[in-house]
Design a protein around this ligand. Structure first.
Ligand SMILES: [Fe+2]
Ligand SMILES: [Fe+2]
Length: 264
């Protein structure tokens, strides 16, 4: 029987998108069935393998996406979201593989489950893109989505603070507007997909917040205070309002955390 760490490492080192989706789903299934040892015998790679396409560009060289009015603009937006979901597969598996050895088994359960969700999100967006005559890889995409992971590879609380509680929470803020824009353009199929992803993402933020609070309790740290310290140390961007306070709160991420930082 192989270990969960080796299985996760294989997901991270699989470059080709369809193969990564298959690997992610099959590891999640095997873990659920008890077919993988709860053993961490290999380190995680510093960064995951990347497919040859899409071409990765620094954010300032990305073509302007527009606001989703034209079909081209909507395709570009779906492509950007597919890229984020693709990176999210690696982020979730890395969370389980890198920090699972010092955590409860349910930590691994949760993040493998998130990783399987992200693989599904990527797959349905890619399928939607293909229906619209495009596919993941056809357009350039943001470089640097792994940056936040690299900067927080030393500390599970820093990783939880930045990845689910800032980056994924940001998705909750912007998705309702994006859904409305797709609906207004008559693209209800894409809107439905984004709404389904949104529901899952509330759960992902909740998983992140729950483990963050758990880790803070173990270390006798005030979670909101410690979160703000970690964000100041490890997150370069600003926390941009408007916030989706109700979705954030239903994921356990209350204004107590981000209110002060956002207004600063
Ligand atoms: Fe996702
Ligand atoms: Fe997610």
């Amino acid at each position: 029987m192989t270990s969960i760490a080796r299985a996760i490492r294989d997901v991270l080192l699989t470059a080709e998108p369809a193969a990564k989706v298959r690997a992610a789903r099959s590891v999640a299934r095997a873990w659920r069935r008890g077919d993988l040892l709860h053993v961490f015998d290999v380190p995680m790679p510093e960064s995951p393998a990347r497919p040859t396409r899409p071409e990765l560009l620094p954010p300032n060289r990305m073509p302007k996406r527009g606001r989703g009015g034209s079909e081209r603009g909507r395709i570009a937006l779906l492509h950007a979201l597919a890229h984020i979901e693709f990176a999210a597969i690696d982020l979730a598996f890395d969370m389980a593989g890198r920090f699972g050895d010092r955590s409860a088994r349910s930590f691994v359960d949760d993040w493998i489950g998130v990783g399987a969700d992200e693989a599904m999100h990527f797959a349905i967006l890619d399928r939607r893109l293909r229906t619209l005559g495009c596919a993941y890889g056809d357009l350039p995409a943001h470089a640097g989505l792994w940056e936040a992971a690299a900067k927080t590879a030393h500390d599970p609380l820093a990783r939880l603070a930045v990845v689910p509680m800032v980056l994924e929470a940001r998705g909750l803020d912007v998705t309702p507007t994006t859904v409305a824009r797709f609906d207004a353009a008559g693209d209800h199929a894409s809107a439905r997909i984004l709404l389904r992803i949104y529901t899952d993402e509330i759960r992902h933020v909740s998983v992140g917040t729950t483990w963050f609070k758990h880790g803070c309790a173990e270390a006798a740290l005030d979670p909101a205070e410690h979160w703000r310290a970690l964000i100041s140390a490890h997150f370069r961007g600003l926390l941009k309002p408007p916030f989706n306070d109700s979705a954030r709160a239903s994921a356990g991420l209350t204004r107590e955390y981000y209110g002060a930082l956002a207004e600063a």
